[in-house]
Structures are given as C-alpha cells and as structure tokens.
Unconditional design. Sequence first.
Length: 509
Amino acid sequence: MRRWFVFCLITVSVLLAGARVGAVAQNQPAKTRLLYFSSFAEIMQQDDEPGLAELAGAIHAESDKNPNTFFVNGGASFGPSVFGAMDNGAHMVDILNAISPSVMAIGKREFSYGFDNFILNALSANFPLVTSNLVDASTGGAIDATYQTYVLEGGPILVGVIALTSANSILEYGADQARLKDIDKATREASALLREEGVDAVILLADTDYDDLGSYRADGIVDVIFYAHNFDNPQSLDAQGKLLSEGALDGKIIAVDLWLEQSPDGTAALRSSAELLDLQDYAPATEVAAIVSDYRARLAQLLGPGIAEVTTDFDTFRANIRSRENPFANLVTDALRAQVNADVMILNSGSIRGNIAYPAGHQISRGDIQRELPFGNKTALLLVTGSDILESLEHGVDCGIRGDGCFTHVSNLMVEYDSSRPRGSRVVNAKIGGQAIDPDSSYRLAVSDFMAGGNDGFTVLKDAERLYDAGTNRLIWNVVAEYVEQLGTISLRTEGRMVDVAKPDNTGL
C-alpha cells in the first residue's frame, strides 16, 4: 500500500509539473521566423567554404525547430556567375526552385543577362519575385511574372513584403524596358496597401546600393529592413532599431523572430529579435548538393584544366579594379582590341568580377577567365570621334574616384589625369599609339556591347556608328581565353596606361 501511495504521489507530481510546463509554453507567444539571405549567385566556391547546399540545410534545420519559418531571399541571386554566362542564370533558378524561397526580392543583378532573360527566369521560378518600385515601362504596372507586394501567410504573424530595386538595374544593367517609381512614393503606397490588408508586420527588402532607409522604420512605415548584402554596406538589418552589419558575404544567415506581445489593455504590439546563423554550422541538404555538384561537374568539363602559366603575382580585387590600372585588365583590353583590330579599346571595370589573387606559378584556366568575366557580353566596334573618347575617359575617371564599376581600363591608350581638378576637366593628356588624341578625328573604338548601348553612363557611345567584324559576335570571356591560351605564359604588370598626376606615386586613385 505504501509503495502504491508513493507511486501515485510521484505520478501526480510529474503530471502537475507537466501541466506547469504546458502552461508556460501556452503563455509564450507564437513566433514567425524569417531567414534572410542575399547576394549569392555563384555555385563555384572554394572546397572549404559553405554554399547553397548548406543554405538549404540551414533552412531545413530551422524549419524543423519552428514550422512557422520563411526563407526570404533578398535578391542579387540570378547572376553574374561562371555558369550564368552560358545559360543566362537559368541554373540558379533551378537551384532556387529546389530550395524554395517563400519570396525573393528583385535586385539589379537579376538583370545581369538582360531584361528578356530576366523575364524567362521569372517565368521559370516557382517562388514569387517582388519589386515595388520597378514597373513595366509600357504599362506602368507590374513586370511580367512579378509582384509589387506580397504577403507571407500561414504563420502566427501575417507579414507583408515590400522590395526596392536599385536604379542601377537600368543605369548599369540595361533594364531599359522597365522604369523606376519614386522610392518614397512606392514605399509609402505599398505599406499603406499592406496595412489595409491587415498584415501584422511589414518588411522592406532593399537592394538600393546603399540608401539608408532607417527613417521608414523609425516612422513605422515598415517594421524591419533587410539590406541586400553588398560590399561596403554599413548595415544588413534594421529590426525595430536593432542593427546588424554582417550577412551573406560573411557566410551568415540573418534570422529574425516576430511575435505579438499582449498588453493588459488587450492591445498587441509587434516585437522582434534577431541573430546571425553561420552557414558552416549546417550540414548540406542532400538534394541541393546533388544539383550543385551536377552543375559543377558540367563546368569542369566545359572549362577544363590550365591553359597558361602565370609568371607574376596579380589580383583582381574589387577595390583595385575599380580605381586604378590593373594588370589583368590590361590583358583583357589588349585581347579584345586585337580581336577586332581596333585603334583603341575601353572597358568598364565592372565587367571584371573575380575579386581573387593569383600567385606566380598558377595555371590559369578557362574557368578562371570565365569567373573574371561572368557576363554574356560581346565586343562592339564603333566609329567615334576623339571627342567621344575623351568624354568617355572623363566619365571613367570620375567613376574611379567613387570606386564605381564604370572606371575605365584601356588598350593602346596612355592617359594622364588629375583627380584634384573639377569634374569634367580631369583628363590632362591622352594619347593613342603615342599620338595625342585629335577631338575631330575618327577612331575605331572597341568596347563591350553593354557600353555600346550607352549603359553605365557611357551615353556618348549609344548613337555611335557600329562597325562589324568577324570578332564582334563572340563572347568576351571566350576571346580572352583563346588569347591567353595562345600566349602560353602570361607576365602581367601595369604600364602607366592610367596615371593620376595628383598622386605622388602616380599609380592611380
């Protein structure tokens, strides 16, 4: 009898304890978890670096912990990339379809392969793509296969989504079939619409190169701002005043929890918390790893082994490429000028994207070159005046001072400029083949077809006469790879092609 009494007492105690735990659990507000990631368009990672398979693994693991979890992709995900120059980003849609974002913002890099290819990719996506400020230029309405706002349903918190796309989608990436709405007007109108639909929270996905949009959060227009994680952005998150600076480029997922806190008067206030999740802490998702592995195997077959030996150290770091003469850029411009027998070649620095250091002795491959030149651009041959060339150089120098991708690299040109002088008067000396440029003379100028379209600020080239050559129908990266293979060895150095006379060492900006 005593044992039975003790057993019953223990059982009742356990049940009461369980009831207390259940009561505590019931008193905890239900939370919606947002997992945010952006700016990751490349399947070619170093072997020890986590990638898209680990991202999928993280989403699975976090969703197992909280079924009310949504993966929010901040965009800059369709390109540019090594494989993208071959399939216009279609493989990324394939991979993202397997990962299944709950929503994806449209960033400027979604237009890496042109507006029409973006539409094809959007039509192939099984997830919603959103831009609230970029509209169809002909109709003024939503671009085909996209949304202007979106609502994440199914969790305890109803979340409305606004996405802002950079003006550079048109200025730099040539999405001319679209036009931009005023950011302030677009944001306020979208927020008002979502609030009327009864959402509990409004999140803003911003790919705006970097505009501080904190006033919208402070004024209650939006509750959380996710910034596409680009180089030099000071913030990646503003969650009700909590700021973070790390993100995808650091191998981090931003996790934000949202819940409603009830007050004694019966009203509810939105609350949030945020943390960073390290990609390397998660096992890769098997199905996504298999897809990525398949694409990488195809690339290995296409791009092959080394084609030339590097005999000097050089790098393609973003800060160097976009501000001063660069040895690899010299190689690229020489190859493209030779391809079409031009008098001079000018290339925007944003065409070169590797951001890698190459040591002497490296066997450079077609894959290396494709990684450096990931866009599907071709060479254009134009007939221009010396005045057009000087105007293009002035624009390029101005871009270099800002560290923008419209800084120019050149072949058969020697340019001296003074960065201390006023804008528009910085080029003090420019020679083609050792002869001063004659503003009134005509020259055969090689540029990328992207620049020839007037993009990246090179508007002076848009109406130039097009000359046609057998080489103008070939992809730039293929031309450079062939040029390098013919050389066999490459010894790269700067040669004083772009010299800032305002700098003591005359090495550039």
